[in-house]
Design a protein around this ligand. Structure first.
Ligand code: TXA
Ligand code: MG
Length: 351
C-alpha cells in the first residue's frame, strides 16, 4: 500500500480543509488515516465499520482482544453510541474536549470488532483542532489506537509514525508534535456510580478528585497483574511502550544512581533529568545521555518520554537506564508507562 503524506497544522485554511475532506472520504470508504491528537498520534478508521476496525488491528499487529477507543467530535455524541449518565456529563463539562477517555455501556451500534467483544465502549473527544476537524469531516466516529506497532512506545511526532506505519495505512497527517506526549487518562464509570481509573494520563487523579468524590485506582496502574487476576483494561496485560533494548528503572538519588551506573558495562543509554547532565557526563558519552526534562517539570517529562525512548531505541543499546518517576500528579502516568516499558524491572538503590 502506498501511504499518502500530508501536513495540516491548523484546520482552517482552504488547503487544510481540502486535505481533511479527502481524509474524511478515505475513512468513510473504510480506509485508514493516521492523525495528530493532543496526546499521541492515532491510527484511525470508521468506528461504525467492522472491516475498518479489523484493518486497524492488522496494521498495528494488535491482538484482537484489545479494544479500540472511539473518537467523537462533541462530548454529547457519546449518547448515540453508549448510555451516558450524570457523572459522564460532569466529566465532559470539566475535561472535554481533552485527554480523557470514558468507558460506558454500549448501545450496541459500535461493532463488536471495535469493542473486542465487550459490552462497553471507550469514548474520547480530543481537543487537537486537526483531530476535531477530521472527525467532523469524516461524519463518523473514528476508532483509533495509538499509531505505533503493537508493543512499541506511542508516536508523538510524524517521523516516528512514519518509522512504524509507512506502507500500512492510506494516509498520514503530520500535525506537529503531540502536546501531552502520553495517551489519555482512561476511567470507567462503575455500576455503583464511582469512578475507576484504568490508565493515568494528562488528566491526573488529583484533577478528577476536584470533580468526583470517589476515584478508585485499578491495582494494575502501579503494579504487575497477579497470575489469574481479572484484566479490566485489556491493554494493561501486554508488555508495552517498550523499546527493543531492556529498560531498567533506578529508584534512587542522583548519587545512588551514579554509584550503581559506575559498575555497569556494555553499550548503555541513560535517561536523566536536565540538571544531572554534568554528573552523568562523567560516565556516558553525550550521545548516550537522553535528557527527559527538568526534575520538577512533569509536563515536560511526559512530553518527551516516548520521543526519547524511541530515539534511544534507534541507536541500539544493550540496556537503557532511567530514573523511577514519582507517583504524584502527572508522575503517576509516567510511572505507569515506565514500569511497562521496563517490564517491571525496578532496581532499588535506597539503603
Ligand atoms: O490518547 C489516547 O487515548 C490515544 C489517542 C490516539 O486517542 N489512543 C490510545 O489508544 O491510546 P490505545 O488503543 O493505544 O489504548 C486504548 C486502551 C487500551 O489499553 C484498551 O485496552 C483500552 O483502552 N480500552 C479500550 N476500550 C475499552 C473498554 N471498552 N474497556 C476497557 N478498556 C478499554
Ligand atoms: Mg497504544
Amino acid at each position: 500500500m502506498i501511504t499518502e503524506f500530508v501536513t495540516v497544522t491548523s484546520p482552517d485554511s482552504p488547503d487544510a480543509q481540502r486535505k481533511l475532506a479527502h481524509a474524511g472520504q478515505i475513512l468513510r470508504d473504510g480506509g485508514l488515516v493516521i492523525f495528530p491528537t493532543e496526546t499521541v498520534y492515532g491510527l484511525g478508521g470508521d468506528a461504525t465499520n467492522s472491516a475498518a476496525a479489523a484493518a486497524i488491528y492488522a496494521a498495528k499487529g494488535r491482538p484482537g482482544d484489545n479494544p479500540l477507543i472511539i473518537h467523537i467530535a462533541e462530548p454529547q455524541d457519546a449518547a448515540r453510541y453508549t448510555y451516558t449518565c450524570a457523572l459522564y456529563d460532569r466529566l465532559a463539562r470539566a475535561f472535554m474536549p481533552g485527554p480523557l477517555t470514558v468507558i460506558l455501556r454500549s448501545r450496541g451500534c459500535i461493532p463488536l470488532t471495535v469493542r473486542a467483544g465487550l459490552d462497553t465502549v471507550a469514548v474520547r473527544c480530543p481537543s487537537h483542532p486537526v483531530a476535531h476537524a477530521l472527525i467532523a469531516a469524516a461524519g463518523v466516529p473514528i476508532a483509533a489506537p495509538s499509531a505505533n506497532l503493537s508493543g512499541k512506545p506511542s508516536p508523538t511526532c510524524a517521523a516516528h509514525v512514519r518509522d512504524d506505519m509507512n506502507g500500512r495505512v492510506d494516509m498520514i497527517i503530520d500535525g506537529g508534535e503531540a502536546q501531552v506526549g502520553l495517551e489519555s487518562t482512561i476511567v470507567k464509570i462503575e455500576d455503583d456510580g464511582s469512578l475507576l481509573l484504568l490508565r493515568p494520563g494528562g488528566i491526573t487523579v488529583e484533577d478528577l478528585r476536584q470533580v468526583v468524590d470517589h476515584v478508585k485506582i485499578a491495582p494494575a496502574v502501579t503494579a504487575k497483574l497477579a497470575e489469574g487476576e481479572k484484566v479490566l483494561s485489556p491493554g494493561m496485560k501486554y508488555r508495552h511502550y517498550a523499546p527493543t533494548a531492556p529498560v531498567y528503572l533506578l529508584n534512587g538519588s542522583e548519587e545512588e544512581r551514579f554509584a550503581y551506573l559506575e559498575k555497569t558495562s556494555g553499550k548503555c543509554a541513560l535517561l536523566c533529568y536536565n540538571d544531572e547532565k554534568d554528573t552523568f557526563s562523567k560516565l556516558f558519552a553525550e550521545n548516550d545521555l537522553y535528557l527527559i526534562g527538568t526534575r520538577q517539570n512533569l509536563r515536560e517529562q511526559a512530553h518527551r518520554l516516548f520521543y526519547v525512548l524511541r530515539e534511544a531505541d534507534k541507536a541500539g543499546y544493550d540496556a537503557i537506564y532511567a530514573p523511577l518517576p514519582p507517583r504524584e500528579g502527572l508522575g503517576l502516568a509516567l510511572y505507569n508507562r515506565m514500569i511497562r516499558a521496563a517490564a517491571y524491572q525496578i532496581i532499588d538503590l535506597h539503603k
